[in-house]
Design a protein around this ligand. Structure first.
Ligand code: SF4
Length: 334
């Protein structure tokens, strides 16, 4: 392992000043569940590590506000997942956290950094021996002609089809969440839907964050569809696995008709993927299983499967349909 300088700032302003000073080889350390992994794999080799875990002001969260839910970036995943009000009012957000990783990891990982976890593509994580445009720009993509069972059906490019691996970010995208950030240039807000980039020709550039930008908090506008929501995750094993396909959905019904629909997809796209196609199929229609099936199919109409990932088209459509039926049941509860 390379030696590195370890810093522990006491304010967010000190933290962004430190990362600006550290340059491109400086990294923030939050829960460490991703950074430590990537350092062991040789993907990351920072010269400066800025430990932000003592920035207590960023560890609070509030799910009772009249207009929005606010999650400090350093709130622990396990604490947020267990919040009673969140479980009742926005089950999709709570479930997205519960279904991620293991309890030990959720106890360490923070909700801000979780948004930035990197792909699980085996070639990306497998070492320098593999061509990987994300790890080594310009080297090619071993997954294109290789084992692409987990690759993205939506948002991929000829340079990279790596899936965005997160759950929480998918649920946040369904609810039009926003992240507030701080850099030496001041604060700004970014919709979660605009935070992650499709790979295009530069898969190594994964987000719209600047290198010296710190996520302070996540804000979720209150939605009447929150109570009738779910995060449905299909994976190879029932626990501690990444999604083969997932769907964060929320609906609001009026006299049996869908007045509002929110659908976001995980495990099948290069970034948290909002499916306006599925939402358009649902909105204004009586909420029947047939309409839910059509919405699932619409979500994958533009899918481009690879050699071994065609099964995910049907799997993804069924995941959306099943999620919608769970949400309908919740919408009909008094
Ligand atoms: Fe690398 Fe992306 Fe290809 Fe995987 S899919 S090998 S991450 S370029």
């Amino acid at each position: 392992m390379r030696s590195f300088t370890y810093l522990r700032p006491s304010t967010p302003a000190e933290a962004v000043a430190a990362i600006a000073d550290g340059g491109p080889e400086a990294r923030f350390l939050a829960g460490g569940t991703t950074l430590h992994d990537l350092m062991k794999l040789g993907v990351e080799a920072p010269l400066t590590i800025i430990d932000i875990t003592r920035l207590d002001a960023l560890a609070h969260f509030d799910t009772a506000g009249p207009d929005e839910l606010v999650f400090g970036a350093l709130a622990r995943m396990s604490d947020v997942a267990a919040d009673r009000r969140l479980r009742e009012d926005y089950p999709a957000l709570s479930e997205a956290l519960w279904k991620a990783a293991s309890q030990q990891l959720r106890n360490m990982a923070r909700v801000g950094a979780n948004l930035l976890q990197r792909t699980r593509c085996a070639y990306f994580r497998g070492g320098e021996v593999f061509a990987c445009n994300k790890r080594r720009p310009g080297s090619g993509c071993a997954a294109l002609d290789g084992l692409d069972r987990g690759s993205a059906l939506l948002g991929a490019s000829d340079a990279c089809a790596a899936v965005y691996p997160g759950d929480w970010g998918v649920a946040l995208a369904a609810f039009d969440a926003v992240v507030d950030t701080l850099s030496p240039r001041g604060e700004r807000s970014i919709p979660v839907r605009d935070l992650h980039k499709e790979p295009g020709a530069t898969p190594d550039v994964e987000t719209t964050l600047a290198a010296d930008e710190l996520i302070l908090r996540i804000r979720v506008p209150r939605s009447e569809a929150g109570r009738a929501s779910t995060y449905h995750k299909i994976r190879d094993r029932a626990s501690y696995a990444f999604a083969l396909a997932s769907a964060a959905v929320a609906v609001r019904l009026s006299a049996g008709v869908v007045a509002e629909a929110r659908v976001a997809l995980g495990g099948v796209a290069t970034r948290p993927w909002r499916s306006t196609e599925a939402e358009e199929v649902l909105t204004g229609q009586p909420f029947t299983e047939e309409v839910a099936q059509r919405a699932g199919q619409a979500a994958f109409a533009a899918a481009r499967p690879g050699l071994h990932s065609a099964f995910k088209v049907e799997l993804g459509a069924r995941t959306v349909t099943d999620a919608l039926m769970i949400a309908r049941e919740r919408a009909e509860q008094p």
